[in-house]
Design a protein around this ligand. Sequence first.
Ligand SMILES: Nc1ncnc2c1ncn2[C@@H]1O[C@H](COP(=O)(O)OP(=O)(O)OP(=O)(O)O)[C@@H](O)[C@H]1O
Ligand SMILES: [Mg+2]
Length: 314
Amino acid sequence: MKLENVGSFERVEMGGKTVLIPNPTDIPEYKFIGRERIIEKALAAWTCINGTTPLNFRLYGPPGIGKNALVYELARILNKDLYIINGHEELGPEDVACSATMTSKNTIEYVASPLFAAMLRGGIFFFDEIGKTPQSALDPLASVLDDRRSMTSVLAGIHLKAHPDFLCCAALNEDEENGVGLPGFIDERTRPAIYVGYPYVSEVEEILMSRMKEVPDIWVRALLSDFKHVNLSTRNAITLLGYAYRLAKKGNGKSAPLSEKEIKEYIANAYKHIKAGDEDQKKEHNANLKKGLETYTGDLYANQIVSQSKETVH
Ligand SMILES: Nc1ncnc2c1ncn2[C@@H]1O[C@H](COP(=O)(O)OP(=O)(O)OP(=O)(O)O)[C@@H](O)[C@H]1O
Ligand SMILES: [Mg+2]
């Protein structure tokens, strides 16, 4: 693969070396709902007062409740480019700073990380899932996140000072924040730690209505009346409603609109599939398996298989 054709990198000469700088991430265009207090806290952390450097806050909370969505919204509000690294167990320091690649002409080109790009261009850097990242990969961050605001890539032999507009934040799940936690030097340098909890029911309602315009409002109200005492993440609410609606669209032969009771049945059914890994269907499947192939696959399909296998035998 020739990186020139990918179009997501800019080629830059730095100190006699060729460095490929990744372009910012695309920010989704959906409408962001609520979370005003958290937005306020985050923007306050990023404010520079009398020449002080901005703080590098971190967001933590249950999965699927809108940590990424919040960071996208901050980038929209500030009208800044956003660069993201997704933390995981295999991440190394060169993924966080700069890696190298051999060209077809046997020369070395360096590939800057999203962090490197954000520092160079003065964008926002978001370290997502920082709690899943090994400490060795976090080491280059120490000098980025304190007053030095600089990073050294040993591999590329480049020392990079951050653009004055560079901003940084991170996110991790609640279990990681409250469990082993982040290494001390990262913990101290990614503060304040801002908790992002489950959204209010009114916010979920607005999110569902604005994100799922094809689903009639009665479906949203039916879902929320049944789940207002359950901690349903925003992601699960979107998935659940979308799946229940699809099940109804596929299975409903009626021309009349569904009653609230029928809608709730579809939602309850979808919830079973999504939440419980569809235990009921697994049991039914296993029971049918014991009865034999015909009941398991349905008559038509079973007959096809049986006739195919007969043909093979002959
Ligand atoms: N305030 C909001 N306004 C609009 N959509 C939202 C909002 N919060 C969350 N969503 C939507 O909910 C879904 C999950 O959000 P997101 O991916 O940001 O969660 P997360 O906390 O980053 O999850 P994870 O912990 O799994 O990384 C996305 O589709 C997102 O667009
Ligand atoms: Mg996320």
